[in-house]
Design a protein around this ligand. Structure first.
Ligand SMILES: C[S@@+](CC[C@H](N)C(=O)[O-])C[C@H]1O[C@@H](n2cnc3c(N)ncnc32)[C@H](O)[C@@H]1O
Length: 260
Protein backbone atom coordinates (compact mmCIF):
# COMPACT_ATOMS: atom_id res chain seq x y z
CA UNK A 1 0.00 0.00 0.00
CA UNK A 2 1.40 3.44 -0.87
CA UNK A 3 1.87 6.14 1.76
CA UNK A 4 -1.22 8.12 0.72
CA UNK A 5 -3.53 5.08 0.76
CA UNK A 6 -2.12 4.08 4.16
CA UNK A 7 -2.74 7.56 5.57
CA UNK A 8 -6.34 7.39 4.26
CA UNK A 9 -6.77 3.98 5.85
CA UNK A 10 -5.50 5.20 9.23
CA UNK A 11 -7.81 8.24 9.09
CA UNK A 12 -10.79 6.06 8.09
CA UNK A 13 -10.28 3.55 10.93
CA UNK A 14 -9.93 6.32 13.52
CA UNK A 15 -12.92 8.12 12.01
CA UNK A 16 -15.12 5.03 12.39
CA UNK A 17 -14.07 4.80 16.03
CA UNK A 18 -15.09 8.34 16.95
CA UNK A 19 -18.05 7.24 19.10
CA UNK A 20 -16.41 4.21 20.76
CA UNK A 21 -12.95 5.74 21.29
CA UNK A 22 -13.37 7.46 24.63
CA UNK A 23 -14.91 4.44 26.33
CA UNK A 24 -12.08 2.18 25.09
CA UNK A 25 -9.25 4.61 25.83
CA UNK A 26 -7.76 2.96 28.94
CA UNK A 27 -4.11 3.11 27.85
CA UNK A 28 -4.66 6.56 26.33
CA UNK A 29 -5.90 7.95 29.68
CA UNK A 30 -2.88 6.68 31.59
CA UNK A 31 -0.42 7.89 28.99
CA UNK A 32 -2.01 11.33 28.43
CA UNK A 33 -2.04 11.98 32.21
CA UNK A 34 1.66 11.14 32.51
CA UNK A 35 2.51 13.20 29.39
CA UNK A 36 0.58 16.16 30.83
CA UNK A 37 2.64 15.99 34.03
CA UNK A 38 5.73 16.61 31.85
CA UNK A 39 4.23 19.69 30.18
CA UNK A 40 5.36 23.10 31.48
CA UNK A 41 2.31 24.82 33.01
CA UNK A 42 2.58 28.22 31.29
CA UNK A 43 0.09 30.28 29.30
CA UNK A 44 0.32 30.58 25.50
CA UNK A 45 -0.81 28.82 22.36
CA UNK A 46 -0.77 25.02 22.51
CA UNK A 47 -0.99 22.70 19.49
CA UNK A 48 -2.42 19.20 20.14
CA UNK A 49 -1.15 16.92 17.35
CA UNK A 50 -3.28 13.84 16.66
CA UNK A 51 -5.91 15.15 19.05
CA UNK A 52 -8.45 12.35 18.38
CA UNK A 53 -11.95 13.23 19.64
CA UNK A 54 -10.52 15.91 21.95
CA UNK A 55 -11.60 14.13 25.14
CA UNK A 56 -8.47 15.41 26.86
CA UNK A 57 -8.92 19.06 25.96
CA UNK A 58 -10.50 20.31 29.21
CA UNK A 59 -7.28 19.18 31.00
CA UNK A 60 -5.01 20.61 28.29
CA UNK A 61 -6.83 23.94 28.47
CA UNK A 62 -5.55 24.28 32.05
CA UNK A 63 -2.01 24.33 30.60
CA UNK A 64 -2.44 27.05 27.97
CA UNK A 65 -4.49 30.11 27.09
CA UNK A 66 -5.51 28.88 23.64
CA UNK A 67 -5.64 25.47 22.05
CA UNK A 68 -5.36 24.33 18.41
CA UNK A 69 -6.43 20.75 17.62
CA UNK A 70 -4.97 18.95 14.61
CA UNK A 71 -5.77 15.45 13.36
CA UNK A 72 -5.84 13.43 10.13
CA UNK A 73 -9.39 12.29 10.70
CA UNK A 74 -12.28 14.55 9.73
CA UNK A 75 -14.69 12.50 11.88
CA UNK A 76 -12.52 12.70 14.99
CA UNK A 77 -12.30 16.46 14.49
CA UNK A 78 -16.11 16.70 14.35
CA UNK A 79 -16.14 15.43 17.95
CA UNK A 80 -13.39 17.88 18.88
CA UNK A 81 -15.37 20.76 17.37
CA UNK A 82 -18.46 19.75 19.33
CA UNK A 83 -16.46 19.88 22.59
CA UNK A 84 -15.78 23.59 21.89
CA UNK A 85 -12.44 23.75 23.67
CA UNK A 86 -10.17 24.51 20.70
CA UNK A 87 -9.99 27.94 19.03
CA UNK A 88 -8.99 26.22 15.80
CA UNK A 89 -9.56 22.69 14.51
CA UNK A 90 -7.30 21.63 11.61
CA UNK A 91 -7.42 18.52 9.44
CA UNK A 92 -3.83 17.82 8.40
CA UNK A 93 -0.92 15.40 8.50
CA UNK A 94 1.54 15.99 11.36
CA UNK A 95 4.37 15.23 8.93
CA UNK A 96 3.60 18.42 7.02
CA UNK A 97 2.10 21.02 9.34
CA UNK A 98 0.12 23.89 7.76
CA UNK A 99 1.35 26.11 10.60
CA UNK A 100 3.66 29.15 10.45
CA UNK A 101 7.22 28.74 11.74
CA UNK A 102 7.88 29.92 15.30
CA UNK A 103 4.20 30.58 16.03
CA UNK A 104 3.40 28.03 18.77
CA UNK A 105 4.37 28.06 22.47
CA UNK A 106 3.81 24.39 23.25
CA UNK A 107 3.07 21.16 21.42
CA UNK A 108 1.34 18.15 22.99
CA UNK A 109 0.96 14.87 21.15
CA UNK A 110 -0.18 11.67 22.81
CA UNK A 111 -0.05 8.31 21.03
CA UNK A 112 -0.07 9.68 17.49
CA UNK A 113 3.60 9.40 16.49
CA UNK A 114 3.54 5.59 16.07
CA UNK A 115 1.06 6.09 13.21
CA UNK A 116 3.42 8.31 11.23
CA UNK A 117 5.67 6.83 8.58
CA UNK A 118 8.38 9.40 9.30
CA UNK A 119 8.48 10.20 13.02
CA UNK A 120 11.75 12.11 12.58
CA UNK A 121 10.00 14.45 10.17
CA UNK A 122 7.22 15.08 12.73
CA UNK A 123 9.82 16.07 15.34
CA UNK A 124 11.46 18.44 12.82
CA UNK A 125 8.06 19.96 12.03
CA UNK A 126 7.32 20.42 15.75
CA UNK A 127 10.68 22.15 16.17
CA UNK A 128 9.95 24.41 13.19
CA UNK A 129 6.58 25.66 14.46
CA UNK A 130 7.72 26.19 18.07
CA UNK A 131 8.79 29.64 19.20
CA UNK A 132 12.36 29.83 20.58
CA UNK A 133 12.35 28.23 24.08
CA UNK A 134 9.01 26.61 23.28
CA UNK A 135 8.64 22.97 24.26
CA UNK A 136 6.83 19.80 23.33
CA UNK A 137 5.75 16.61 25.06
CA UNK A 138 5.13 13.62 22.84
CA UNK A 139 4.22 10.05 23.77
CA UNK A 140 4.47 7.06 21.49
CA UNK A 141 4.68 3.26 21.53
CA UNK A 142 7.86 1.25 21.13
CA UNK A 143 8.85 -2.20 19.96
CA UNK A 144 7.66 -4.79 22.50
CA UNK A 145 4.14 -3.34 22.54
CA UNK A 146 1.55 -6.16 22.35
CA UNK A 147 4.39 -8.68 22.11
CA UNK A 148 2.27 -11.42 23.75
CA UNK A 149 -0.49 -10.98 21.13
CA UNK A 150 2.11 -11.01 18.36
CA UNK A 151 3.72 -14.16 19.77
CA UNK A 152 0.34 -15.91 20.04
CA UNK A 153 -0.55 -15.04 16.42
CA UNK A 154 2.84 -16.32 15.22
CA UNK A 155 1.81 -19.79 16.47
CA UNK A 156 -1.31 -19.64 14.29
CA UNK A 157 -0.26 -18.11 10.97
CA UNK A 158 2.50 -16.15 9.28
CA UNK A 159 0.47 -12.96 8.66
CA UNK A 160 1.13 -9.61 10.27
CA UNK A 161 -1.68 -8.89 12.78
CA UNK A 162 0.04 -6.30 14.95
CA UNK A 163 1.79 -3.11 13.89
CA UNK A 164 5.54 -2.94 14.02
CA UNK A 165 6.70 -0.37 16.52
CA UNK A 166 10.10 1.30 16.32
CA UNK A 167 12.80 0.33 18.83
CA UNK A 168 14.02 2.76 21.49
CA UNK A 169 17.36 2.84 19.61
CA UNK A 170 15.67 4.71 16.74
CA UNK A 171 14.87 7.65 19.05
CA UNK A 172 18.26 7.48 20.78
CA UNK A 173 19.80 7.83 17.32
CA UNK A 174 17.59 10.91 16.61
CA UNK A 175 18.69 12.38 19.95
CA UNK A 176 22.35 12.11 18.82
CA UNK A 177 21.67 13.12 15.21
CA UNK A 178 19.62 16.24 16.03
CA UNK A 179 21.09 17.79 19.21
CA UNK A 180 19.28 21.06 18.35
CA UNK A 181 15.96 19.36 19.20
CA UNK A 182 17.00 19.09 22.87
CA UNK A 183 15.29 15.68 23.09
CA UNK A 184 14.90 13.83 26.39
CA UNK A 185 13.55 10.29 26.54
CA UNK A 186 11.71 8.39 29.29
CA UNK A 187 10.23 4.92 29.00
CA UNK A 188 7.49 3.10 30.88
CA UNK A 189 5.91 -0.36 30.60
CA UNK A 190 2.13 -0.45 31.05
CA UNK A 191 0.28 -3.77 31.52
CA UNK A 192 -3.44 -3.98 30.85
CA UNK A 193 -5.69 -6.95 31.52
CA UNK A 194 -8.35 -8.30 29.17
CA UNK A 195 -10.96 -11.01 29.54
CA UNK A 196 -9.56 -12.81 26.46
CA UNK A 197 -7.92 -12.16 23.08
CA UNK A 198 -11.22 -11.17 21.50
CA UNK A 199 -11.67 -8.45 24.13
CA UNK A 200 -8.17 -7.18 23.30
CA UNK A 201 -8.91 -7.17 19.54
CA UNK A 202 -12.27 -5.45 20.19
CA UNK A 203 -10.60 -2.69 22.21
CA UNK A 204 -8.11 -2.03 19.38
CA UNK A 205 -11.02 -1.81 16.93
CA UNK A 206 -13.05 0.49 19.22
CA UNK A 207 -10.02 2.78 19.39
CA UNK A 208 -9.59 2.73 15.60
CA UNK A 209 -6.10 1.36 16.22
CA UNK A 210 -6.65 -1.65 13.99
CA UNK A 211 -4.88 -0.54 10.80
CA UNK A 212 -1.90 -2.82 10.22
CA UNK A 213 0.66 -0.54 8.60
CA UNK A 214 3.12 -3.15 7.28
CA UNK A 215 2.46 -6.51 5.60
CA UNK A 216 -1.26 -6.28 6.30
CA UNK A 217 -3.27 -9.45 6.63
CA UNK A 218 -6.38 -9.90 4.54
CA UNK A 219 -7.04 -13.43 5.77
CA UNK A 220 -10.29 -14.05 7.62
CA UNK A 221 -10.05 -14.57 11.33
CA UNK A 222 -12.66 -17.20 12.17
CA UNK A 223 -13.74 -18.52 15.55
CA UNK A 224 -11.37 -21.50 15.49
CA UNK A 225 -8.39 -19.32 14.73
CA UNK A 226 -9.24 -17.00 17.63
CA UNK A 227 -9.44 -20.06 19.89
CA UNK A 228 -5.94 -21.05 18.76
CA UNK A 229 -4.66 -17.53 19.46
CA UNK A 230 -6.25 -17.68 22.92
CA UNK A 231 -4.55 -21.02 23.64
CA UNK A 232 -1.19 -19.76 22.40
CA UNK A 233 -1.37 -16.50 24.38
CA UNK A 234 1.67 -16.58 26.70
CA UNK A 235 0.64 -14.37 29.60
CA UNK A 236 -2.28 -15.41 31.85
CA UNK A 237 -3.33 -13.82 35.14
CA UNK A 238 -4.53 -15.84 38.17
CA UNK A 239 -8.16 -14.90 37.46
CA UNK A 240 -7.95 -16.33 33.91
CA UNK A 241 -7.62 -12.95 32.24
CA UNK A 242 -4.79 -12.17 29.83
CA UNK A 243 -2.25 -9.41 30.23
CA UNK A 244 -0.94 -7.22 27.39
CA UNK A 245 2.21 -5.08 27.55
CA UNK A 246 2.58 -1.61 26.10
CA UNK A 247 6.05 -0.05 25.89
CA UNK A 248 5.56 3.70 26.11
CA UNK A 249 8.10 6.39 25.26
CA UNK A 250 7.72 9.99 26.49
CA UNK A 251 9.78 12.49 24.52
CA UNK A 252 10.31 16.07 25.54
CA UNK A 253 11.68 18.54 23.02
CA UNK A 254 12.91 22.04 23.77
CA UNK A 255 13.46 24.50 20.96
CA UNK A 256 16.88 26.12 21.17
CA UNK A 257 17.41 29.84 20.50
CA UNK A 258 18.99 30.36 17.07
CA UNK A 259 22.71 31.33 17.04
CA UNK A 260 22.24 34.65 15.25
C1 LIG B 1 -4.54 6.75 19.35
S1 LIG B 1 -5.28 8.23 18.77
C2 LIG B 1 -4.73 9.37 20.05
C3 LIG B 1 -5.74 10.50 20.26
C4 LIG B 1 -5.47 11.37 21.48
N1 LIG B 1 -4.22 12.09 21.33
C5 LIG B 1 -5.46 10.55 22.75
O1 LIG B 1 -4.42 10.52 23.43
O2 LIG B 1 -6.49 9.93 23.05
C6 LIG B 1 -4.26 8.71 17.40
C7 LIG B 1 -4.82 9.90 16.64
O3 LIG B 1 -3.79 10.35 15.76
C8 LIG B 1 -4.37 10.66 14.51
N2 LIG B 1 -3.29 10.54 13.50
C9 LIG B 1 -2.70 9.42 13.03
N3 LIG B 1 -1.74 9.73 12.14
C10 LIG B 1 -1.72 11.09 12.05
C11 LIG B 1 -0.96 12.02 11.28
N4 LIG B 1 -0.02 11.61 10.44
N5 LIG B 1 -1.21 13.34 11.44
C12 LIG B 1 -2.19 13.77 12.28
N6 LIG B 1 -2.95 12.94 13.02
C13 LIG B 1 -2.72 11.61 12.91
C14 LIG B 1 -5.51 9.66 14.33
O4 LIG B 1 -6.47 10.10 13.40
C15 LIG B 1 -6.03 9.56 15.77
O5 LIG B 1 -7.06 10.48 16.01
Amino acid sequence: MNALALTDDIARHFGRARESYEQAARLQRLVAAKALSLLTPTAGLLLDLGSGPGWFHPKLKQHCSELIALDLSHDMLQKTRAAQQAVLVVQADAQSLPVASESIDKVFSSLMLQWCEQPGLVLQEINRVLKPSGSAVISTLLEGTLQEFKQAWSQVDQHQHINQFLPLGFYQQLERQYPHLGLQLQTETVQLEYQDVLALARELKDLGANTVTQGRNNALTGKQRWQKVQQAYPSRCIDGQISASYQVLYLTLTKQHSES
